[in-house]
Design a protein around this ligand. Sequence first.
Ligand code: KG4
Ligand code: ZN
Length: 435
Amino acid sequence: MKILAIETSCDETAISIIEVKNEGKKVKFKILGNEISSQIALHIQYGGVFPMMAKREHGKNIISVLEKALKEAKMYSLTKIPQPDKKLENKINKLLERENEIQDRWMKTMPFIKKPKIDAIAVTTGPGLEPALWVGISFAKALSVYWDIPIVPVNHMEGHVFSIFPNKTKNFKVEIEDKMFPMLSLLVSGGHTELVLVKDWMKYKKIGQTRDDAAGEAFDKVARMLGLPYPGGPEISRLARIERSAGMKRENVVPGSYNKTSDFSGPRTKGAGAVPDHEKSDVLSPLISLPRPMIHSKDYDFSFSGLKTAVLYLIRDLKIENPNILDDINIKQKIAREFEDAVVETLAHKTIKAIKEYKIQTLIVGGGVSANSYLQKVMLDKIKENKLKVKIHFPSKTLTGDNALMIAIAGYFQAKNKKFAKNINSIKAQGNLSF
Ligand code: KG4
Ligand code: ZN
């Protein structure tokens, strides 16, 4: 079975083509084409993603991303000038009526491309930014009608669960084994933070989620407070890493002998940023200390908005003493480290608790924040420390963020279960789609 997958839920326009062979308990995947066009350079200038801007960019780029994916898959060939088919043209125009950017390009390109041998079109229908999701959905519908190929709608978060399967090679296989279950998936991205129990293939139960900001969103917002560029996760992580290794070096220095400028001794935080005793960090100097919100709550929920506010108050209080405090890179590094510690400790604590309670066999960590090397390290350490016999999987580097390959894999399993849309008009963008 060949699947063409489309992903436009946020700021990546991505299309993948895969070929899947089902051999009993082994499912073999071949990546034929995998293209991604990132809008990040544009969004950096504005410090975040504006939905309507993302929509326009997707519309401008999606046909050329398709052409590249078809070329890579060796499925791109041109036909002679086709006979105009007014009825079909009208149908396509109707499907693309809200997608001006695609409409303008469609008639100049698509009639000349030969129909590829594709069995199903998988498209992300949510969660995500609705105007952005609609671009992929409308395009999928137009292709479906134009080429007469059925559509399987895909949940973006389910895509992140499947993102751990491809390794570096072009071919990979998924072994369907019962002993993999129950699985637990910690999905951490710019829009989501959730713990999902996977009882069996395609059987999901969300057991916890953030009550406010997502982990990635908190990384991005704290980065902005520190004057770091968007997306904030990689930058905060870089500064935190420097501070961690500087801290290790300091531990080996005779007390009192180190550089005064790198050893900050400012005021203690107070007010709304103050830290309740049970949530205090015992790792860092007490001067820059942030809460671990909800770490001891009985459920599997998270909350990162209070942590973000605590950083805001911390910076405000530090600035009372020294308005230029953030010019000191050492202070930024210390805040970045304490913030990353707080997020990672909270995520790891709840995940380990869920692994124990649900007797989890396999842990999957996916989504943009799963690229965080400290999160990966702490997860591995905690599993060892707790002597848990759980297999842990992270996506390969190129698949932690949004991509269409994960949508293609999830789409295959949906197609195998005959989850085709019966009527394409029923496919709608669902910004808050959930498990
Ligand atoms: O999954 P993703 O690419 O897009 C969404 O669906 O949201 O996740 C993007 C998020 C951003 O908030 C970004 O700051 C965060 O992932 N991120 C990281 C790292 N790399 C990306 N957060 C922490 N550490 C990282 N290394
Ligand atoms: Zn995502």
